[in-house]
Design a protein around this ligand. Structure first.
Ligand code: 2M8
Length: 449
């Protein structure tokens, strides 16, 4: 692919989002992450997509969020996938509606079949971006009207994650499946996953669909997939209930990026609350509490970064992954942690400099098991780097922020809107025409260095 000018890159990103828009039969419509690999609506993708749509088609950004939150469960959970088709009628993606069986769960909404697990709550931030970029009085009025609908639903989502998912009892949200982190097969989960038996017979019963459209070397192994299925089955077998004893959940982890995004959502809600006549105070308090608890429970002074805590063993995972740098997005992160994260980001493990040529990898560059093409085990992801860029700006680091901005835009300029990028040369890996790469590129181009 030729290196694109800014105008060409902008057009490519807009076309990618246009091609991935799907009009659904219920009239709502949404953007799919990719027409081939992920042909439905995904939760945190929808948030990142709306952030870019705020720059070109805000009404469509609001529709994406409306589609997702119309499938919110009664308990407040926002499912990680909203399926386009009724139960069991399609086999383009596994696990589909007939695996999750949301229609058998009372709390599941009738509008759509969904999965039963969640993803990081980036949606309040997306709503804030849509609101604050509303350019004229008509767009602002539309945003206010949309917020009256969305705000209570965002609050319910936060309540679900902060209460029902507080399995560790300290005030952080736990994840019950690696897919809930969004960083699906990150080495951060290896230790916790090793305790889950890999039952290969599950792959005789269920057929992976990802390998039909993606290269085997880019995707999780069969052993990991069989664990993913077993963990999801266990959660389903208890009706996706969150109040059982810990042993019920084969995987029970506090993820630093997930909880940083949870606290970030409270900050965004504090901005949005006055728009709908609500009190921002409780949101600010919760944001401060989560930030404090995150530092207490997931920061390791020995490594100078954040790590996931396995609630079964009460141990922090030793590996260093990009998710452990994401708490940098938090405005109230104490100076000591900010300094430590900057030092870690600038170490040979993540390679941040003011002259960097490629964005940060998903995994420690010095780790012997880094894999430059297998997803979440080394490659570069635009959404994680976009979060870090925001964090660097938040903490007064314009030199690093600008360098990272340049590296992200140049990488997509050279490779196109791929799902992720080779650790060492930035070539595109995974599926092409990937929505959040396109949308976050639009955000970056709209916000020059
Ligand atoms: C990937 O995850 C899905 C399962 O949710 C998969 O591999 O099939 C992850 O990269 C996740 O973060 C992302 O939301 C999803 C859709 O883009 O794909």
């Amino acid at each position: 692919m030729n290196v694109l000018t800014n105008e060409q890159l902008w057009r490519l990103a807009v076309t990618t989002l246009d091609n991935n828009w799907r009009q659904t039969t219920d009239g709502l419509g949404h953007t799919v992450p990719s027409r081939t690999l992920y042909p439905h609506q995904w939760s945190w993708d929808a948030g990142f997509i709306a952030i870019g749509l705020a720059r070109i088609y805000p009404a469509r950004g609001w529709r994406d969020l409306r589609s997702l939150f119309s499938a919110q469960w009664d308990d407040g959970r926002v499912p990680h996938i909203v399926f386009d088709w009724p139960d069991g009628q399609d086999d383009r993606y596994f696990p589909g509606p007939d695996f999750w069986r949301s229609s058998e769960i009372l709390a599941a909404p009738p509008r759509a079949a969904t999965s039963g697990i969640v993803q990081p709550p980036v949606h309040a931030l997306a709503a804030w971006e849509l609101y604050r970029h509303a350019a004229d009085p008509a767009a602002r009025a539309h945003a206010v009207e949309r917020l009256h609908w969305l705000y209570p639903r965002l609050v319910a989502q936060q309540r679900y994650l902060s209460t029902r998912r507080n399995a560790g009892g300290a005030g952080l949200a736990c994840i019950v499946h690696p897919w809930e982190s969004g960083q699906d097969n990150s080495p951060a989960w290896d230790a916790a996953l090793a305790a889950v038996p890999a039952d290969s017979s599950l792959l005789d019963r269920y057929q992976r669909r990802d390998l039909a459209v993606s290269h085997e070397s880019h995707r999780p192994t069969d052993a990991d997939y069989s664990r993913y299925i077993a963990i999801a089955q266990a959660y389903r077998s208890y009706g996706y209930a969150d109040n059982g004893p810990g042993e019920r959940y084969p995987f029970l982890v506090e993820c630093p990026a997930f909880n940083a995004i949870l606290a970030g959502a409270e900050h965004a809600l504090a901005e949005l609350a006055p728009v709908v006549g609500a009190d921002p105070g409780p949101h600010r308090e919760r944001a401060s509490q989560i930030t404090e608890t995150l530092v207490d429970r997931l920061f390791d002074p020995a490594t100078g970064m954040f790590h996931a805590r396995d609630l079964h063993t009460d141990q922090l995972t030793p590996v260093r992954t990009v998710g452990g740098l994401v708490p940098l997005i938090l405005p109230e992160l104490p100076d000591d942690q900010v300094k430590a994260l900057l030092m870690e980001a600038c170490s040979p493990r993540f390679g941040l400099t003011e002259q960097l040529s490629l964005p940060l990898p998903s995994y420690d560059l010095t780790a012997p098991d880094l894999d430059p093409v297998r997803y979440w085990r080394g490659p570069i992801w635009l959404n994680m780097n976009w979060l870090l860029w925001r964090g660097l700006r938040e903490h007064g680091q314009p030199g690093f922020a600008d360098a990272l901005h340049r590296a992200m835009v140049d990488m997509v300029r050279g490779a196109g809107c791929f799902e992720y990028f080779h650790t060492y040369d930035g070539t595109g890996v995974g599926t092409a025409e990937f929505s959040w790469t396109a949308s976050l590129t639009l955000d970056l181009l709209s916000e020059p260095e």
